[in-house]
Design a protein around this ligand. Structure first.
Ligand code: B3K
Ligand code: ZN
Length: 873
């Protein structure tokens, strides 16, 4: 496979102004007729050949301006179709045959259960018909779907239905028209025996929009939350960004087999059923919030992605980074904003930092790729969103909103670049963002080494910041970035943010300083007391910030920092310092001793009167094993697990009464609602229960069992089941798993949770359970949700995936090899944990590399090839 380079971009030789499609649906032999209205691109010369993408298509007929083409007038290759000579403007008619039922890659047109559906982003449309499959070709579409009336009563596509009717042989058709020019990656078709839930929304200019969620009959009771989320998102985008919906109909369809979470096809969003269906009995609070976020994300794409799209796939973060930023802001506005930020940052620092530090590290705008499907990454999405967040903070919300308005009006209906977006922000704010653009081209996580000194005599605090970005594959020399550092100086006597004066300018008590050089010194004057600095508040830039805090400093910040995010972070840092000692003790075989400063800090948290239960729950949560691992020079999975468990149990033993009181104070029997207050109380209660259960005393066990048996809502039931399953006692785990498995055997989304819970248990039988469950009737290798729930979850089981006999790695490689043929996109994603081999001891390194070599010896899809080559480079 060959790499494609950003520097080779050229506009298409021909563009399509209008596309007419007719589908005659059949599981093994679907016919697709396409009539393309083509014209030469004004920037390209006359006489160039027409090249269309096409894969796995059987061409049945082809005609140019009505003239059937002879076999010497076009050429077919593995990648597409080429016509040497064409006029400046013409019609091209093709008819192809495809086989949806054999499509296990789930790209293009495929079957999911009894339905037909599509996934075209990034390059799936070329598996439907011959076409210039690139985002800078935007056309209006008119689509006729023909299918069997009995088995496929519902026939959907983008835009508005304009005609429908009966056909001979029990068939029927519907014609859809989408008036908004769009790239083919936003095309969608769904056909099946579906039921709809309908609602209405009146836009800010008073237009009436019909909202529909289409599901299989058994899921009709699971759409309320998605519908409510959609309406909230539509209103929010009007109020916050001034963006209004632009068709009369907005549809969401739930499908069971889907590679990603969801897809923003124009007017017809297609969702993984896991990302849209909820019910208090079957979905956790986290799932409710995830659904709300994804529904909003896909809806927001209607502007940031669809009306204004990407010129080429190197610009993917243009739509994804901006849209993730928008959905994060939305979720923060409708839920607990500080908790949303804590959750997003914990996830980011664990998973994106690891990506940045590994062999697949890439810039937010990559400059080359082999398979674009491999670039739907945390870097493109989440780091891209952090960059947009920095922009918003740099220019301020008002200028950012003006920049956004400018972007949408200037580029409406166009396919553009990241520069186009940033230029609008620069114009709207009058700021120079040239150095800032480096964030898009430079990979790796910047590190800031900070230190400070207080000079009593001069009443000054001297803060020195040094930045460096480690080398990443293909990028050894890094330049200094423009890093906004939001900070406060917390007075050690007053416990308050001190007034900040820098170079004679007064900045208030919470300010942003700008690090632009490799090293910079900032001298804050007129400080009457010594401060502890609170740095990078709210995670003001996606960097690692090192400061030589003492444990006393951290305990002080945990108690006094006015920034909730940094208060949480101080607690995490304090716990990490204690964990470091315990990890070392475990490795050296010496007795582990608990740090009392952590115990004291927790006691204070547990007994403090707080009205923010959601944040308290986060503060009481220890850093995850994955995040602890991120902080270690070399990952010792067993020591990390043992150290964390020791901290948890020590806290539970010492603070048992406090945890119990918190648990009891937050019990509730009100009827379930996914509302912030209830969610906060549940998470606080469940954190307390985790501690109580960690020591497995009688009361902890009894409370957990009672919570499990009460079946009040899935959040509580799932949490209790996890605690029972992850306990040391199979007599607790087995009956609970059995009861749950029997009760929910009919519900695939609940069975996914059942799979994940048991294969993530720390007990030594986790791997055997995976093997056993792979034969379970509810498991299927061709369903991505099942693969993620069983295999993906096991690969996150730190202790057992990294077994010293290498069996965990072997199992993953076996699955990757099978999926390489069935579903390359999922296969390539699944390899990720193996690509991180350099972080482990030599024995594990060798075992992991051996499995990567074994994969490499196969006949590989471009997706898997690209990842494995990078991992072994
Ligand atoms: N844009 C889709 C991603 C689909 C990619 C599939 N290879 C989902 C989203 O970001 O909204
Ligand atoms: Zn997206």
């Amino acid at each position: 496979p060959q790499a494609i380079h950003l520097s080779d971009y050229r506009p298409p030789a021909y563009r399509v102004t209008h596309t007419e499609l007719t589908f005659e649906l059949d599981p093994s032999a679907t016919r697709v007729k396409a009539r393309l209205h083509l014209e030469r691109h004004p920037e390209r010369e006359a006489g160039e050949a027409l090249e269309l993408d096409g894969e796995q298509l059987t061409l049945k007929s082809i005609a140019l301006d009505g003239q059937v083409l002879g076999e010497d007038e076009y050429r077919l290759t593995e990648q597409g179709l080429r016509i040497e000579s064409v006029p400046a403007s013409f019609l091209l008619d093709t008819e192809v045959e495809i086989s949806p039922e054999e499509n296990t890659a789930l790209e293009g047109l495929y079957r999911s259960g009894g339905m037909f559906c599509t996934q075209c982003e990034a390059e799936g449309f070329r598996r439907i018909t011959f076409y210039p499959d690139r985002p800078d070709v935007m056309a209006t579409f008119s689509t006729t779907v023909v299918g069997d009336a009995a088995s496929l009563p519902v026939l959907l596509s983008n835009g508005n239905p304009v005609e429908r009717g009966e056909l001979p042989n029990g068939r029927h058709f519907v014609t859809w028209e989408d008036p908004h020019p769009k790239p083919c990656y936003l095309f969608a078709l769904v056909a099946g025996d579906l039921n709809k839930v309908e609602d209405r929304f009146t836009t800010m200019s008073g237009r009436d929009v019909t909202l529909q969620i289409w599901v299989e009959e058994e899921n009709l009771g699971k759409t309320d939350h998605a519908m409510a989320s959609l309406k909230r998102a539509m209103r929010w985008d009007e109020e916050t960004y001034g963006r209004e919906y632009d068709l009369d109909l907005f549809m969401i369809v739930a499908v069971n087999d889907f590679n990603m979470g969801a897809m923003e096809n124009k007017g017809l969003n297609i969702f993984n059923s896991a990302a849209v269906l909820t019910h208090p009995d079957t979905a956790t609070d986290a799932a409710f919030q995830r659904v709300e976020g994804i529904v909003a994300h896909e809806y927001f794409h209607n502007w940031s992605g669809n009306r204004v799209t990407c010129r080429d796939w190197f610009q993917l973060s243009l739509k994804e980074g901006f849209t993730v930023f928008r959905d994060q802001s939305f979720s923060a506005d409708v839920n607990s904003a500080p908790v949303k930020r804590i959750e997003d940052v914990s996830f980011f620092r664990t998973a994106q930092f690891a990506e940045d530090a590994g062999p697949t590290a890439h810039p937010v705008r990559p400059d080359h790729y082999i398979e674009i499907g491999n670039f739907y990454t945390l870097t493109i999405y989440e780091k891209g969103a952090e960059i947009v967040r920095m922009l918003r903070n740099l220019v301020g919300w008002e200028a950012f909103r003006r920049g956004s308005d400018l972007y949408f009006s200037r580029f409406d209906g166009q396919a553009v670049t990241i520069e186009d977006f940033v230029t609008c922000m620069a114009e709207a704010s009058g700021q120079n963002l040239d150095q800032f653009m480096l964030w898009y081209s430079q990979a790796g996580t910047p590190e800031i080494d900070a230190h400070g000194e207080y000079d009593y005599a001069r009443a000054e605090y001297r803060l020195i910041l040094r930045q460096r970005t480690p080398a990443t594959p293909g990028q050894s020399d890094k330049q200094a970035l423009h890093i906004p550092v939001r900070l406060g100086l917390v007075g050690t006597k007053s416990g308050r943010d001190l007034a900040l004066t820098l170079d004679g300018e007064s900045l208030g008590r919470d300010a942003v300083i700008h690090l632009r050089e490799d090293e910079q010194e900032f001298v804050f004057t007129d400080l009457a007391e010594a401060p502890v600095p609170s740095l990078a508040r709210g995670f003001s830039a996606p960097v690692k910030l090192n400061f030589p805090y003492s444990r006393e400093d951290l305990a002080f910040l945990l108690a006094n920092d006015s920034d909730g995010f940094n208060r949480w972070d101080a607690g995490q840092r304090l716990a990490l310092l204690a964990l470091d000692d315990l990890i070392a003790a475990h490795r050296n075989g010496v007795e582990k001793v608990m740090d009392n400063r952590v115990v004291d800090a927790f006691r204070t948290l547990l007994t403090s009167d707080t009205d923010d239960k959601a944040v308290l729950a986060e503060m009481l949560t220890l850093p995850s094993e994955a995040y602890i691992a991120e902080q270690q020079p070399l990952v010792d999975v067993d020591a990390i697990h043992a150290a964390r468990q020791f901290v948890k149990q020590s806290l539970a033993v010492t603070l048992r009464d406090e945890f119990l009181a918190v648990y009891q104070a937050n019990l509730d029997d009100v009827s379930y609602a996914p509302e912030p207050d209830q969610i906060a109380a549940r998470s606080l209660k469940n954190v307390a229960l985790s501690y109580l259960m960690s020591i497995e005393d009688e009361e902890g066990v009894a409370l957990t069992q009672r919570q499990f048996e009460a079946e009040h809502n899935m959040t509580d039931v799932r949490h209790a089941l996890t605690l029972l399953t992850h306990s040391s006692r199979d007599d607790l785990a087995d009956p609970a798993l059995k009861a749950f498995g029997q009760k929910w055997a009919h519900d695939p989304l609940v069975m996914d949770q059942w799979f994940s819970i048991q294969v993530s248990r720390p007990q030594a039988d986790a791997l055997e359970r995976v093997k056993f469950l792979m034969d379970h009737p509810a498991f299927s290798l061709t369903n991505p949700n099942k693969v993620r729930a069983l295999i993906g979850a096991f690969a996150q089981n730190r202790v057992n995936f990294h077994r010293l006999d290498g069996e965990g790695y072997k199992l993953l490689a076996d699955v990757v090899i099978k999926l390489n043929r069935l579903n390359p996109e999922i296969a390539a994603r699944l390899i990720t944990p193996l690509t991180r081999w350099a972080r482990y001891d030599e024995t594990r390194q060798e075992l992991m590399k051996a499995e990567l070599e074994r994969i490499r010896a196969e006949d590989l899809s471009p997706n898997v090839y690209e990842v494995v080559e990078k991992a072994l480079a």
